[in-house]
Design a protein around this ligand. Structure first.
Ligand SMILES: NC(=O)C1=CN([C@@H]2O[C@H](COP(=O)(O)OP(=O)(O)OC[C@H]3O[C@@H](n4cnc5c(N)ncnc54)[C@H](O)[C@@H]3O)[C@@H](O)[C@H]2O)[C@@H](O)CC1
Ligand SMILES: [K+]
Length: 518
């Protein structure tokens, strides 16, 4: 599903009225009715009152429409108007006029005492509808509005936010000083980036999206670049097995991984790759790891290369290593490789000389960050899979800045270097060279554990080997990785989840996805 920035919604509204002849007041009516429908679902007894807190913009206007409809259904509705009604937006002002002749109780809140009065009037069974701010929030919340939000949060009522919890920045998910913690959020037309990305996503409660009568055609014309990764899309694009096939059908990869002390990273990535369906995996490793690797993953073909005293590839092995990669459909480098001088040369040659898709992770990225300009001379497509720390080394940005703007960070890098960027996090972002972005919703905090990234590298590499485009492999890979984590978290609990479990989960994730397509 597409996810919108404030500017996308403004463009939708403009196009709806100018090209499709849908007046904004109609959209507000539809929004308010959609909101009322969701309020209705929480309404179980005539004892419940519906407290609607409205601001002076169109979010408040939606709230007033909602108030009118619920009142007309015979429900007890109290509207709190926060701000000066002379400053109501034109559509909200019209709805205010429609409310006035009705006998709805309306209270103006202009100072702190009014806020306290509101707080006392919310009873535990009540439904509180938050229509203070939507996508139009422009600066940190302060003064009376800050008190109103805090009072809503302290109430025991069931809180439903209109469009986005008030106080959350719709375009990036940041908290503008304080924000409503909702039990349910009714996103109008499309979910906003602030509904999907953290910390905003934590404030939604249940997220419901209502389309307010705008056509797919109109939304499709907007060229909205951001979207979530849907299960149905992944089901459609993942490689299917064919009866008449052999191991060559499912591709060959070279995985350069492991060093003394980091054997596990190579094993995890290799197993994940095999469990994701690859035909043949060559594991390029320092030779002392050979026995332990073949004992743990007998299914791989190993390419043991002479190593230095520190247990990493020797510089005289680089040529052999590069030659070995040339016969594969895809080359992955990084898990547990170490960051020595030899690796710098391996990464340089892979990027500039090997005409095969590349997946670069972990130490491959740490090495690349010493000379990012290499990407300008790449000879084939590249997927990078950094976590915020690795992204910080690649871009020079702070981890904090990256966490605040993961979509922007990933997109700028993807567009600048024309590569696929998989920026890992609680919401992993896949940014493509054309500026489009896919946000993954699967996964859980149990996956924040060592080795989890190695598994993702293995999955993506395997999918590319099986013929998927780099973009689709990255999109499907992050989805399957998170889905596997979700399946295994049920079995092991989030605390008990370890990276090896994710490999077990891949099988179940594929099965669950494919079964549903029958
Ligand atoms: N296509 C859509 O998605 C539609 C959206 N509508 C609604 O319209 C909303 C957007 O309406 P608006 O653009 O009027 O914006 P909002 O209603 O979100 O807020 C704007 C108002 O808040 C004030 N304001 C902003 N930041 C403030 C702060 N920090 N402290 C105090 N006051 C502040 C502004 O001065 C203005 O009065 C959406 O969120 C949605 O609820 C619908 O009415 C129509 C269709
Ligand atoms: K709101």
């Amino acid at each position: 599903m597409k996810i919108a920035l404030e500017q996308d919604i403004r463009k939708i509204d403009h196009t709806a009225s100018k090209k499709y002849h849908v007046p904004s007041i109609v959209l507000m009516e539809n929004s308010g009715i959609a909101l009322a429908e969701e309020v209705q679902k929480q309404y179980h007894s005539p004892k419940q009152r519906i407290i609607i807190v409205v601001g002076m913009g169109n979010n408040g206007g939606d709230g007033m429409v909602c108030a009118r409809h619920l009142f007309n259904q015979g429900k007890t509705v109290i509207v709190f108007l926060v701000g000066n009604t002379k400053k109501l937006s034109p559509d909200a002002a019209l709805n205010y006029e429609m409310l006035k002749p009705l006998d709805i109780r309306m209270e103006a809140i202009n100072e702190i005492n009014g806020v306290k009065k509101m707080g006392k009037m919310i009873w535990p069974d009540d439904i509180v509808v938050d229509c203070l701010f939507g996508i139009g929030l422009k600066r940190d919340v302060d003064g009376v509005c800050e008190f109103v939000i805090n009072e809503i949060n302290q109430s025991q009522g069931y809180v439903i936010a209109c469009d986005i919890p008030s106080g959350i920045n719709a375009s990036d998910g940041s908290v503008m000083k304080t924000a409503v913690r909702a039990d349910k959020t009714v996103a109008i037309c499309l979910p906003k980036v602030g509904n999907i990305m953290f910390p905003g996503a934590d404030y939604n409660g249940e997220l419901v999206v209502k389309r307010i009568g705008l056509s797919d055609k109109l939304i499709g014309e907007m060229g909205i670049p951001y979207q979530t990764i849907s299960e149905s899309d992944v089901r459609r694009i993942i490689p299917k097995r064919q009866m008449n096939s052999h191991k060559g059908t499912y591709g060959k990869a070279s995985l350069i991984a492991g060093s003394f002390g980091m054997t596990g990273a190579a094993i995890l990535a290799a197993k994940a790759s095999l469990r994701s369906g690859i035909g043949l995996l060559k594991l390029v490793i320092p030779e002392s790891l050979h026995t332990i690797i073949t004992t743990n993953v007998p299914e791989v073909v190993t390419v043991p290369l002479m190593e230095t005293r520190r247990g990493v590839f020797g510089i005289n092995q680089v040529e052999k290593l590069i030659q070995n990669c040339k016969g594969s459909d895809v080359v992955a480098i990084g898990p547990g490789c170490g960051q020595n001088a030899e690796m710098i040369e391996v990464v340089r040659q892979l990027i500039t000389q090997v005409d095969k898709p590349l997946v670069i992770d972990a130490d491959g990225l740490n090495t690349l960050s010493k000379n990012v300009e290499l990407l300008a001379n790449r000879v084939n497509g590249i997927v990078i899979t950094p976590h915020p720390g690795e992204m910080s080394r690649l871009t020079g940005l702070t981890i904090e800045a990256i966490n605040q703007h993961p979509i922007d960070t990933a997109t700028e890098f993807a567009v600048k270097w024309q590569i696929v960027v998989v920026l890992k996090g609680a919401r992993t972002v896949v940014a493509l060279p054309d500026g489009s972005v896919y946000v993954n919703l699967t996964g859980n905090p149990g996956m924040a554990t060592a080795g989890s990234g190695d598994v993702l590298t293995g999955i993506i590499t395997s999918l590319i080997a099986q013929g998927m485009t780099l973009a689709n492999a990255a999109i499907a890979g992050v989805f399957l990785h998170g889905y596997s984590g979700d399946i295994m978290a049920v079995q092991r609990g989030e605390h008990g989840l370890i990276a090896g479990d994710l490999i077990e989960g891949i099988t179940q994730a594929f099965n669950a996805l494919l079964k549903q397509s029958i």
